[in-house]
Write a protein that binds this ligand. Structure first.
Ligand SMILES: Cc1cc2nc3c(=O)[nH]c(=O)nc-3n(C[C@H](O)[C@H](O)[C@H](O)COP(=O)(O)OP(=O)(O)OC[C@H]3O[C@@H](n4cnc5c(N)ncnc54)[C@H](O)[C@@H]3O)c2cc1C
Length: 544
């Protein structure tokens, strides 16, 4: 019989066996708000099913296993032939397979598809974030491919398939495919004009051989990649399949896998092209123009991914505080802890609300909404992804020492957090992109101002912030060095306006008082004490 030195008390139960979707009020209300009424019944059932799967012990175990057992690169077979394959733990395939069967690899094949996928992505990637990468790239490749109807006719049904069919085989023999992208090279990532990979035209129109490298190439076991390379008339976009139609392997030499801070379930490789067959998409010299459609879609996914990470962090923190006592009472009832949790909850709700608004704009597709997206996506990508690391770190501390220990799951969330701010254009690049939109596309700024104007008059702090923004926009002195401040203000105004229109009054009030009214400190937990913080925390606490 084991020695019994003490009874374990006051340790919260694990947050497991709950519906990640219905437990998230900001998310469920957003879906009800934006989705066409005719689609709601089906969407509710679908998302709740996904929510229960995401909150299950099984999915949590897959998340742990896929990250503890990082992918392994096999460059050669036992006889010395190049194979360039990456072996994943079966948990990776389970996660990806479940996501593809839920349609998280595409928003293009049904009405309300962007919103439904966004909500699903927000739910499911809370179980594990790394496999969101190939889901995003596969989803995002479609608009770029559509620039070539012949290519789209062949590939789109495979990209939008709900069958996960891993393994390197000719695409024509597969029931579904995944896509990746290759832009970043050693000498330049943000500045893709520095790409040196060469594309030599072949006799058959539109086909080329590539020679060069990519310094980061994630999900390298995907079936095909959109790649930038220098053609005779300039930087162009190409489709590079891993396996050619006749079944032979396209040269795709994986040199190494990156040893990454987080995102450890996912593989990110360094790849070399040497006579690699490629098919051009769009015109020569128009590569950035072509691939930018893919990049815009992945940027929205960065916002969704960060919103998901923040929501999971806040769910864990509020759950812990609702069950753990110290100094004679529940942590959740301690005024200072309540302030911290409420502050985190505001950040999470603002991120979710903004992300869903963007997804709904994609579904709408009107010119006005496209103009709005042109500026609101980089604004959101800059701000929401930046907030993620701060939220994850503070939420971790809410669990005390337990939060610093791997088995709580919080370290994994923290390690994952900086990534969405970095890839698909890092913080400065987003801020500069917003300036570009402001300078060159007046319709984009007008659409942004119309959107935030919908909440004008609802709160004097929002009105004051909009006024200040207009003053700052009119002053071009040092605008590049001021870009982060400007974009931060735009993000906060947009989030504040959405919360004023759609969130419960206590949430909007606390957001406006702190983020727009300036009654706030430099760390979380510095909200004015007179606010209704208890209601904000209660709303964010998952009911298991
Ligand atoms: C895990 C992981 C996976 C990735 N997967 C892929 C992938 O699959 N495919 C792919 O193509 N890429 C991928 N990337 C690459 C990623 O997109 C780039 O690392 C990123 O875009 C930054 O480019 P860079 O590393 O060359 O940095 P740089 O471009 O050198 O930038 C360095 C810093 O300078 C800043 N900066 C750049 N220009 C300016 C400026 N004009 N003014 C002020 N600041 C500036 C940037 O914001 C950044 O902070 C991946 C990266 C990571 C970490």
């Amino acid at each position: 019989m084991a020695a019994s030195t003490h009874t374990v008390t006051n340790q919260p139960p694990p947050l497991v066996g709950y519906d990640v979707y219905t437990a998230d009020h900001a998310l469920t209300e957003g879906v009800e708000r934006h989705l066409d009424a005719a689609l709601l019944d089906e969407a509710r059932v679908e998302l709740s099913e996904l929510g229960r799967a995401a909150g299950s012990a099984q999915a949590q175990e897959w998340g742990v296993l896929a990250n503890e057992n990082s992918p392994v690169l096999h460059t050669h077979d036992r006889y010395g032939h190049r194979v360039d394959e990456v072996a994943f733990h079966p948990a990776w395939d389970r996660l990806l397979g479940h996501a593809v069967s839920a349609g998280l690899n595409t928003a293009w094949s049904r009405p309300g598809g962007h919103l439904r996928r966004a909500a699903g992505f927000l739910v499911w990637t809370q179980a594990e974030a790394g496999h969101g990468c190939p889901l995003s790239m596969t989803h995002a490749a479609v608009p770029a491919l559509r620039r070539d109807p012949e290519l789209a006719a062949f590939w789109e049904p495979l990209l939008t398939s709900r069958t996960y069919d891993p393994g390197l085989r000719p695409a024509a023999e597969k029931a579904g495919v995944l896509f990746g992208m290759g832009m970043t090279e050693k000498q330049g990532g943000s500045d893709v004009r520095a790409n040196t990979t060469r594309a030599e035209p072949l006799a058959e129109a539109g086909t080329y051989l590539l020679t060069g490298h990519k310094w980061f190439c994630s999900a390298p076991m995907s079936d095909a990649f959109l790649v930038l390379a220098q053609a005779p008339d300039g930087l162009s976009c190409f489709l590079v399949p891993r396996v050619l139609q006749d079944g032979t392997r396209n040269p795709f030499a994986l040199q190494r896998l990156k040893d990454k801070l987080g995102n450890r379930s996912n593989a990110s490789g360094e790849v070399e092209f040497d006579g690699t067959w490629a098919r051009r998409i769009g015109d020569e010299g128009r590569g950035v123009r072509t691939i930018i459609d893919m990049v815009a879609a992945t940027r929205l996914d960065c916002v969704l991914g960060s919103a998901a990470t923040m929501r999971q962090a806040v769910a864990q923190a509020t759950h812990h505080a609702a069950h753990r006592s110290a100094f004679g009472g529940l942590l959740a009832d301690k005024p200072l802890m309540r302030n911290v949790l409420a502050d985190l909850a505001l950040e999470s709700e603002a991120a979710t609300t903004l992300a869903l608004r963007l997804a709904a704009a994609y579904d709408d597709g009107s010119e006005a909404e496209q103009a709005f997206l042109r500026i609101a996506v980089p604004v959101a990508k800059y701000w929401v992804t930046k907030r993620c690391t701060a939220v994850a770190a503070e939420a971790l501390e809410c669990l005390g020492g337990n939060g610093y220990v791997e088995e709580s799951g919080m370290p994994r969330l923290l390690r994952e957090s900086p990534l969405n701010s970095l890839w698909e254009g890092s913080g400065n690049v987003q801020a500069l992109d917003v300036l570009r939109a402001i300078g060159r596309e007046p319709a984009a700024l007008n659409a942004f101002l119309s959107e935030v104007g919908l909440a004008r008059g609802a709160d004097h702090r929002l009105d004051g912030a909009i006024k200040q923004l207009l003053t700052e926009l009119a002053d071009l002195d040092g605008i590049e060095a001021r870009a982060r401040r400007l974009v931060e203000r735009m993000a906060l105004i947009l989030q504040g306006s959405l919360l004023l229109r759609f969130a419960p009054p206590e949430v909007a009030d606390a957001f406006c008082a702190s983020r727009l009214g300036g009654d706030w400190g430099h760390a979380f937990g510095t909200l004015p004490h007179t606010l209704d913080l208890g209601s904000v925390v209660e709303r964010a606490t998952p009911v298991v």
